[in-house]
Write a protein that binds this ligand. Structure first.
Ligand SMILES: Cc1cc2nc3c(=O)[nH]c(=O)nc-3n(C[C@H](O)[C@H](O)[C@H](O)COP(=O)(O)OP(=O)(O)OC[C@H]3O[C@@H](n4cnc5c(N)ncnc54)[C@H](O)[C@@H]3O)c2cc1C
Length: 469
């Protein structure tokens, strides 16, 4: 029998950080990976958020192009707006703005790296700290003694014992299901995400994209599709909640890739498809049931990806760290009860992740209702935003007349936009500013200023050149 202080199932970013911290705290730790190496599947997310570099500086400063050749900073993001005729009606480019408060977030939006390189790199911190990594090992069940969790069993029947198990086994978590913490995700808790991996010469990406190496394609005919550039290629991906699909995800992904504009981009980048990947991604408005007697769920297994845009690597690392700290305390006290492991729940709620989930429902609602409801919402949102952004460049009429045309056209979208704003935007604003809404929108101040502003408005329009009376 193999006996440990702590068992971790999964060697993704969450499992590896948990294993590193636990080993550093002196726990005899093992972590299992079903692949031949961590990151073998090379699927799923590759954009590392800057909070990882802020909160795990000792580790992240060691991430270099020598270690991970695919590394490329996503400095600026293009937002393409695609109308119902599949035409790119316009795009906005954005880079980190002046309000961003720390490095490296001031320099880039994401650091892009293939998981086939990142996952083995991060797992090495755990093995260097003394944790044992068992690859090609699929954990299929939990062991129980006297009704209590006492370890895990693999698909070859090998048993491993420990009084506490961390489920870091991703979206389809065996630990979550076998522990009874939850059954399968319901269809509106999980998204299916498909992505093409294209190969393209680095020099072409440098020359053509410059540092605009992230993109979101906002479509009237497909759910929002992201583009992430690496050193020698890029991902084009798209997903939606399981409840949404009326055709296959590939149908919608091909709709993006077959856009004339996109085909032109592929041609000039000399890009060739390398792989087609599919992955499940839990996307919840709030994580629930993440711990019980002898069990803690972290990362995707616990439903921790960001409720707005599903950034999941940073939450997996943060929850991995907290779970390992709580496990170390449990080992030293000998108390593995649900009551003792509650500290995990209390712990993540105090972090940046907890702060994010405070507005989880509101963020999740607006995101689901906007880019992921293309036919209902984006079909009016894209022409409306392009009317505002693109309309002002039009010389078809005197500018004053154009402004009146634009305003009157934008007003025609109000029957659709107003209920959307009331249902999704107002609750989010109210949630974000719930503590100081009155300071920002003090009704007394507004009432004082408003009449003065009204007095300043011209009472009667005078035409230039008309005779003064
Ligand atoms: C297409 C896509 C794009 C994304 N883009 C981003 C992004 O740009 N940035 C970002 O931050 N997040 C992104 N995410 C989310 C991110 O990938 C995940 O949230 C993150 O990988 C979660 O880390 P984890 O350690 O919890 O789980 P995982 O990374 O899923 O790791 C779980 C590991 O456990 C192993 N495993 C599973 N079951 C078993 C078992 N029974 N026995 C042994 N081993 C097992 C798996 O092989 C895997 O290696 C994206 C997700 C998808 C699907």
């Amino acid at each position: 029998m193999n006996t440990y202080d702590l068992i971790i199932v999964g060697a993704g970013p969450g499992g590896s950080v948990a294993a590193k911290i636990a080993a550093e705290k002196g726990l005899k730790t093992v972590f299992f990976e079903r692949g031949r190496k961590p990151g073998e599947k090379n699927s799923s997310g590759c954009g590392l958020g800057p909070r990882m570099f802020r909160d795990f500086p000792e580790m992240m400063k060691k991430l270099t192009p020598e270690k991970c050749h695919s590394m490329r900073a996503g400095v600026a993001a293009r937002n393409y707006f695609v109308n119902k005729d599949d035409i790119v009606a316009g795009y906005i480019m954005a880079r980190p703005t002046e309000s961003v408060s720390y490095e490296p977030a001031k320099s880039w939006i994401t650091m892009n790296v293939y998981r086939s390189e990142f996952d083995p790199w991060i797992a090495e911190f755990a093995t260097d700290a003394g944790a044992e990594l068992k690859t090609s090992t699929l954990i299929i069940d939990l062991l129980k003694e006297n009704g209590k969790v006492s370890g895990v069993i693999d698909d070859k029947g090998e048993k491993y014992k420990a009084p506490i198990v961390i489920g870091a086994d991703g979206a389809v978590s065996t630990v979550a299901q076998k522990s009874g913490l939850r059954s399968k995700w319901s269809q509106n808790q999980v998204t299916l995400t498909l992505q093409y991996d294209f190969q393209a010469p680095s020099e072409k990406i440098d020359d053509i994209m410059g540092d605009e190496t992230l993109a979101v394609w906002w479509g009237s005919n497909f759910p929002a599709s992201y583009q992430v550039f690496f050193n020698d290629g890029f991902h084009q991906g798209l997903g939606n909640w399981m409840t949404w699909w009326d055709k296959t995800p590939l149908f919608y992904l091909n709709r993006v890739v077959n856009l004339k504009y996109y085909q032109r981009l592929l041609k000039i980048l000399d890009a060739k498809p390398r792989e087609l990947q599919a992955h499940l991604l839990p996307w919840l408005d709030y994580p629930y049931n993440t711990y019980t007697d002898g069990i803690i769920l972290i990362g995707d297994a616990g439903g921790f990806p960001c409720p707005l845009e599903a950034e999941g690597i940073y939450p997996a690392m943060v929850t991995g760290k907290i779970a390992a700290e709580v496990a170390a305390e449990a080992v030293s006290s000998g108390d593995f009860s649900k009551e003792s492991l509650k500290k995990f729940d209390e712990g993540w709620k105090k972090t940046s992740i907890g702060e994010e989930f405070e507005a989880g429902a509101e963020l999740w609602n607006i995101w689901k209702a906007l880019p992921f409801s293309p036919k209902e919402t984006m079909s009016w949102f894209v022409p409306m935003i392009m009317e505002i952004l693109g309309g002002i460049f039009d010389w078809s009429q005197p500018h004053g007349k154009r402004v009146r045309q634009i305003i009157s056209h934008v007003k025609s979208y109000m029957p659709k936009a107003t209920p959307f704003i009331m249902k999704n935007v107002f609750p989010l604003v109210a949630k974000i500013f719930e503590d100081d809404l009155d300071k920002i929108m003090d009704p007394k101040k507004i009432m004082k200023v408003l009449p003065k502003l009204l007095d300043m408005l011209p009472q009667k329009k005078k035409r230039r050149g008309s005779q003064e009376k």
